[in-house]
Design a binder for this molecule. Structure first.
Ligand code: AMP
Length: 181
């Protein structure tokens, strides 16, 4: 794996915009639209992820609705493996498996197609999302991957909010490119 240089880390950090009080008061939203429309930053990120995962012999990359689709599908294409979406409830058209997870108030649900991994036996899968906060979404996605018959080898995030301790909810390995306290 090519280590992310301090210079490249800085370019990535500068490319992400903080939006205070979105979508609710007290939340500092990490806006990656400014990373996506900065070709240098986007390329640095994807080169780094490609160099980390090209020796993992992945069968699929799974991305979480919606920003995980962007990074996950570009990575899948670079690694020449299939991309599988995990979507919010009611969006996938064929037969699905669901997993509920707790939010601050109430529940949410994510789904995967039952036959998402049926091309391969015991497939090795990487889960990708833009950010891990409390970890509820990624933990549900990790469970879904395993329920659908695949082996989730690692969960990869562009950003991790360390203080929320989301990583404690994840069963397997975790890799975050950028950590925020
Ligand atoms: P959680 O389930 O709490 O780990 O939340 C993770 C999901 O919510 C990810 O898909 C993120 O895109 C989104 N998210 C949570 N907090 C933030 C934040 N501060 N900035 C941007 N996205 C966030």
């Amino acid at each position: 794996m090519t280590k992310l240089s301090a210079e490249n880390r800085n370019i990535l950090l500068k490319s992400i915009r903080n939006i205070p009080n979105f979508p609710e008061k007290e939340i500092i939203f990490k806006d990656i639209t400014t990373l996506l429309n900065n070709p240098k930053a986007f390329d640095i990120l994807m080169n780094h992820l490609e160099s980390r995962y090209n020796s993992y012999n992945l069968d699929y990359v799974v991305g979480i609705d919606a920003r995980g689709f962007i990074f996950g599908s570009v990575l899948a294409d670079r690694l020449n493996v299939g991309f599988v979406p995990i979507r919010k409830n009611g969006k996938l058209p064929a037969e699905t498996i669901s997993e509920k997870y707790e939010l601050e108030y109430g529940f949410d649900e994510v789904q995967i197609h039952t036959d998402a991994f049926c091309d391969k036996e015991n497939p090795i899968v990487l889960l990708v999302d833009d950010l891990i906060a409390t970890g509820g979404t990624a933990a549900a996605a990790e469970l879904l991957i395993n329920k659908a018959g695949a082996n989730c080898i690692e969960c990869c995030f562009v950003m991790e909010l360390d203080s929320l301790k989301g990583r404690d909810k994840i069963k397997g390995e975790i890799y975050s490119v950028l950590n925020f306290s």
